[in-house]
Design a protein around this ligand. Structure first.
Ligand code: FES
Length: 110
């Protein structure tokens, strides 16, 4: 059964986009941003989703329960710019049905 979740993504220009993200395509948040072209090509997902570039950093605005950070995500964020308390790497967040209502803001390009 196809199931989509409603997600709000604020782009780097401060524009909010209400989008539907599929939960049955093994997509992560970075790939969703790319597929909706919410950030210019070449400015997000540079490492291909390996937690090695931080170009997919976003700030989590909703209190949605997300999977815990793994060591590589934590390590990358400890070196990245513009990191805040609520920073996550979009490529490390798989879209699941629990993410209904998620709201994130893309971190500035670094
Ligand atoms: S795409 Fe490189 S860290 Fe997420």
């Amino acid at each position: 059964m196809e199931q989509d979740v409603n997600i709000k993504i604020i782009d780097r220009n401060g524009v909010a986009h209400a989008i539907l993200a599929p939960t049955d395509m093994a997509m992560n948040l970075m790939e969703v941003v790319r597929s909706y072209e919410l950030a210019p090509e070449g400015t997000i997902g540079i490492c291909g989703g390996m937690a090695m570039c931080a170009s997919c950093q976003c700030y989590v605005l909703s209190d949605t329960k997300l999977p815990d950070m793994q060591d590589d995500e934590e390590a990358m964020l400890s070196e990245a710019f513009y990191v805040k308390e609520n920073s996550r790497l979009g490529c490390q967040i798989q879209i699941t049905p629990e993410m209904e209502g998620l709201e994130v803001e893309l971190a500035p390009e670094s």
